[in-house]
Design a protein around this ligand. Sequence first.
Ligand SMILES: [Zn+2]
Length: 433
Amino acid sequence: MRTKSFLLIFVVCVAASLVSAQTPSQSRVNGQRIMQHIQALAEFGKNPQGGVSRVAYTEADRQGREYAMRLMREAGLEVAIDAAGNIVGSRAGSDPSLKPLLIGSHIDSVPEGGNYDGDVGSLSAIEVAQVLNEKGIKIRHPLQVIIFQNEEGGTVGSHILGEGFDDKLLNLKSQSGKTIGEGIPFIGGDLGRLAQVQRQPGSIAGYFELHIEQGAILEQAKINIGVVEGIVGILHSDVTIEGFANHAGTTPMNQRHDALLSAARFIEKVNQVVTSIPGRQVGTVGWIRVQPGAYNVIPGKVVLGLELRDLDEQKYEELFNSIRTETAQIGALNGTRFSFTEPVISHPALTDKSFQRLINDSAKSLGLTTKLMPSGAGHDAQEIARLGPVGMIFIPSIGGISHSPKEYSRPEDIENGANVLLLTVLNFDQKNH
Ligand SMILES: [Zn+2]
């Protein structure tokens, strides 16, 4: 009897300790703390519309970066600014032979931008490090939390990390008024050592980025988490339409070579061709210049910008060819001529399939709904994809609004996204990479 009751107490104690002991995968982020950090970061470059103008290489950018570095140190990260001006917070792993796992995003904004684009992913990545630190969880991989500089000006910091730089890039004028070459030292980079920033393909274990969707797909479908299949590639080409400028009062309607009329037909045709096949491809004519541009002159020349995007490179190349073919007919209607500049192409960057599964499984284990989707916007992840496998986690953007002070994501969605990021990092670390 004595032995039996002793055994019973023993069993109860063991069971109780099993219940109270938390495994790393039961760890969760502190959603309230992330929101406090988002609000505090929003003070730097705050604008009257309620958003933020924290353009890269401005004083507001520098102050925001200081704040982020303070948070990184509080999270136990060893903080450095690389020669390109990216902020890198490092945490040792238990197996130094493993390549580093990268997480992060950016905190610079467009002029009159919002408080979520980039900030959510950056501050959540810091929160992940903070949770690991507080719970004393040692992961096998060295962890690097990176805040890439000047994402909005063309993924500059991540581009230098992934592909390097050239003089053309350094001479490019940024939104701040400074060239990129002037901006890099302004935020603590070092042009003299810039060549050392580029990393070699295969030098990282992987990169995970949490980001707001910046579209309305998740909100409309009431889905918690978007698992990004890839970042779409972009093709653009300048289209010139030549007609004949003539008197708008004396030239009869049937004798006109109106370049703008052909442009109108062309714009309509772009929309028709792009929507004529199933898929998620998009096509846009986003700008137009009309010459000579007067009430009383029939437009003799039009130049406009055509852009096509899709995850599948072949698809937008085929669409481009179809659109070009159609122009012969449009031109024949009123005697105008079309010509296209050699298309400028940025290639699609696909995320890693096993990373997609990791993100999906992590979200599902948190009871969240998920959807595979492309990213129509560019991200730092597309540059880092040159170095190793990447994965991206999207959370809903209310109203699909971004690059605007009206940009908004709900605190619960941000907390969900950050928890998926945390769990994905832990699950990745446990697998054999
Ligand atoms: Zn962004």
